[in-house]
Design a protein around this ligand. Sequence first.
Ligand code: PMP
Length: 432
Amino acid sequence: MAPKNSDSETMLARARKVIPNGASSGGRALFSDVIVRTKGAHVWNADDKKFIDYLLAYGPIVLGHCDPRVNEAVAHASASCDLNWVGPQKGEIQLAEAVCEVMPSADKVAFCTSGTDATLHAVHLARAATGRRRLLKFHGSYHGWHDLLAVGSRFTVGKGRKGGLAEPNSAGLHPEAVADVTVIEWNDFDGVREAFQNHGKEFAACFAEPYVHSYGCVAPEPGFLELLRELSSQHNVVLVFDEVKTGFRHHIGGYQAVCGVTPDLTAFGKAIGNGYSVAGIAGTTAIMDLLGSASETNATIEGTYNAAPYAMAAGITTLGILRDNGIERLYDLGDRLRAGLQQAVDTAGIQACVTGYGSEWAIYFCDRAPRNYREVLASNTELAESWRRGMYEAGILEPPFALTDRRLCLATSEDDIDQTIEAAGQVLANIR
Ligand code: PMP
């Protein structure tokens, strides 16, 4: 909590007067801080409290805050040839070539500005390609906030779900859009088979985060992604991997390059731009060529800011750094952090498991790593919240939802990690 009469508190009061809920992205309003300075792996609030940042803007910051190499490339693009609306942008061609080179599913790429945008276009494309409407997605997986997929993934801790899994995430969503979505539990092999058996001919697309980060870090069980691939192909359903969080972080080619399962379409965003708004869709030529010229059979992509030169410059520079041993370093740091946290858990003798992959990590207060959202919600959410609050007091910034994923960046140092592990030991001893 920000101290009373603090600078953060004053700014928050001003914000609440002029911005609904006090911040322009709902979950941000759950913080009692205003961040006024960021550098590397650290952020400072308006009262000059320093945090080690494991929120990292919910994923985009993969190199570190205010990375000078990215900022220099952005400044150069902005100073030499900024936003225009004529043909492909120079950087757009270069970044598209770079993505096609590394991402298995990418014959072609189109850029937009957010993950929400990317998954929306993926739905349009899948529907144009198949002439069908229904979508399949997994419980708890968040694919952005548009009517078509904001279903079955409300992730506020403790908010129960009264209906089935396919509840709309909020008021205001189109009921018919929601009705077009089938939601099943992640890693539910029989559920997937049954869904395809019942609706295989109606599905336009199957949307999956190939490694789930919407509610922490939940790996696909062996064979699960292969099953999605097999059934999607069998039923002519477009398999879409939402790599908005996994893309360029777990592997330069996305998690698809790790698991060896290639989707038809990929939505990506976040880490590609180290904080600048760049996202996109990649896929097979046959499907991607349905994009770009609206007609009765084709979808399209439009956007004033799509492939903005500064965003392309950020993407090209970030990818270059990640390719240059960046990912390996992220893995080493992630392994060190997870091992230390698990040791802190064991020493405290508390029932919790640390999970994760590469630079991503999560902690669940239960006796074994959850395999789906239902099991995550059944874990001890009160302890998870106490952990989050304790870590916050110790100067460790995590997402506002205690059950979601945390991550580190290339600027996170071994010292930061050791401090985090020490803080975790104390927090766990206190909440035990
Ligand atoms: N897909 C996934 C898996 C995400 O985690 C997110 C955002 N957290 C989105 C899509 C939406 O991305 P954006 O916030 O850039 O619209």
